[in-house]
Design a binder for this molecule. Structure first.
Ligand SMILES: [Fe+2]
Length: 226
């Protein structure tokens, strides 16, 4: 994979990398492994991380400066990962311009306890504003595990599905691994991402056993369409 469209590498603004030095360390090691382009997607989550264009672009600016100073040959940009909570609905209805990936792609996540309330309505409004929603890590929501037909329903609602590479390794448990494998085998995966938050994720991504699992699932090249 040359391009990662989901990560928490921007320093100090969510539960990902805590500071610029850590971000540089992660990027250097990922770049050595061949990953050269990063779309960072910090959380925007009403109860925990109220990031906005300003906080995200400030962090991006600091990281880009450090990358330049270190002479690393990588491309880095930023969007966000939006929790579909009440705060998101406030943003949606107040006409906020969302931080998107390549124009109109909007990375969203669901709460881990229950699916968003009134999902049809929310997705209708997102589409009406001409955004293309992506659902981050559908394999991680336990409430879908017993109902795999729900994944196709999410596609029918208009979501692209993005799995986390590490889900295939068992990093998030067996059920999540099974769900991710199911999604790959059914051809339901549109995009893959690292969703890298910390050192543990990085080590697991670079581990030869994981690399073999990625290769077994996707062949030699995992390419994202943008
Ligand atoms: Fe994430």
């Amino acid at each position: 994979m040359k391009k990662d469209m989901h990560s928490h590498l921007l320093p100090g603004i969510d539960d990902g990398s805590p500071d610029v030095e850590t971000s540089i360390d992660y990027i250097r090691r990922l770049s050595d492994a061949g990953l050269k382009e990063y779309i960072c997607t910090p959380h925007i989550f009403g109860d925990m991380f109220r990031n906005n264009e300003q906080t995200i672009h400030d962090a991006l600016y600091r990281l880009r400066n450090a990358i330049q100073k270190e002479g690393l040959d990588v491309k880095i940009s930023a969007a966000a990962e939006y929790m579909l909570d009440d705060y998101f609905m406030d943003l949606l209805r107040s006409g906020t311009k969302f931080l998107t990936l390549n124009g109109s792609y909007l990375l969203t996540e669901f709460p881990f306890s229950i699916p968003p309330f009134k999902l049809e309505e929310i997705t209708f409004e997102i589409h009406n504003l001409n955004y293309q929603p992506i659902l981050a890590h559908p394999e991680r929501y336990a409430y879908f595990h017993r109902k795999p037909e729900t994944y196709s329903r999410m596609k029918d609602l208009g979501f692209l599905l993005q799995i986390n590479l590490l889900s295939l390794t068992g990093q998030y448990g067996k059920q999540v691994r099974n769900a991710a494998t199911y999604l790959v085998r059914q051809g339901l995966v549109d995009l893959v991402g690292t969703d890298l938050h910390h050192e543990g994720h990085l080590e697991m991504l670079l581990n030869p056993r994981s690399q073999k699992i990625f290769k077994d699932n996707f062949g030699d090249q995992i390419l994202n369409d943008f």
